[in-house]
Design a protein around this ligand. Structure first.
Ligand code: HEC
Length: 248
């Protein structure tokens, strides 16, 4: 790239696009144009010396029109958001392929010298995702009253006449190890209110069905991601981690 090249930044209204423009300007590039589909007042930053244009790059015409007089392209344009947005708007996010394709075709048509494409969304360290899920799980557990049966933070719960143990078990120790063999069973308990291993045993099944307090099947009214958060929370409480770590 040369200092006199005309540079197009697609997705210029976003956090990275805005900073990229500032960086390019500081490097001495003289002619920069920023494009984004978002209304101008929602762009993260706008440089007064830079040409800005609000246009949706999903169509071939739009791409041809902006690419025509340019020499180099940075394509960061995409409909995106956090993990929640991406999970709930899969079809919408797939349409980003239209931007990428039409921009590339326009770049070939107008013999663009250099084309840079980057795409990323929400690359979080696994540990950070876990902590976030545990925190969600904790809020849910309080809201759903898990601890009123299983005791504060799952430290062992209330009396439960006619049950296997005589009380609602906690989320660690021997009781827990007997009732929850692995994460699969943990998920079953929370989702279905029981585990198949015990339901297949006629004696255990009878106890589960006749005990005074019963484990609700949360799968009937919670989304999968809420069940995930509860599984993560109970696994974390069971692992003893919370005794060393402050509650997130
Ligand atoms: C109405 C009381 C009640 C509520 C509320 C409740 N549970 Fe339970 N839970 C039980 C009973 C009863 C069992 C079965 C224990 C048994 O068979 O001895 C159980 C079993 C479990 C088990 C497996 C056994 C163990 O060691 O703990 C887990 C895990 C569990 N529940 C998690 C939860 C979570 C998470 C919530 C909240 C989303 C919750 N429970 C809400 C009563 C309750």
């Amino acid at each position: 790239m040369e200092k006199n090249d005309k540079i197009l930044v697609c997705g210029a209204g976003g956090f990275i696009g805005g900073h990229l423009i500032t960086y390019l300007k500081r490097q001495g590039f003289k002619y920069i144009k920023g494009v984004d589909s978002k209304p101008l007042e929602t762009w993260c930053q706008i440089d007064p010396d830079v040409d800005v244009l609000v246009t949706d790059l999903k169509t071939e015409e739009a791409c041809n029109a902006v690419v025509k007089d340019m020499n180099c392209i940075f394509n960061l344009a995409a409909d995106m958001g956090g993990m929640g947005f991406i999970e709930k708007n899969k079809a919408l996010c797939m349409l980003n392929v239209l931007i990428n394709t039409h921009l590339l075709c326009a770049a070939r048509k107008y013999q663009i010298k250099e084309f840079f494409f980057a795409s990323s969304a929400c690359v979080y360290a696994e540990e950070k995702q876990r902590t976030a899920r545990v925190a969600d799980g904790l809020e849910l557990a309080h809201r759903l009253g898990c601890f009123s049966c299983h005791g504060p933070m799952g430290t062992g719960g209330v009396q439960n006449p006619g049950s296997l143990k005589g009380y609602v078990p906690g989320f660690f120790g021997e009781d827990y190890a007997e009732l929850v063999a692995d994460n699969e069973e943990l998920r079953q308990w929370i989702n279905d209110g029981a585990v198949s291993r015990l339901l297949d045993n006629p004696l255990a099944r009878r106890v589960l069905e006749t005990q005074a307090l019963k484990m609700p099947s949360y799968g009937d009214f919670l989304e999968d991601e809420d069940i995930d958060a509860l599984v993560e929370l109970v696994a974390w409480l069971a692992s003893d981690g919370w005794r060393e770590m402050p509650v997130p």
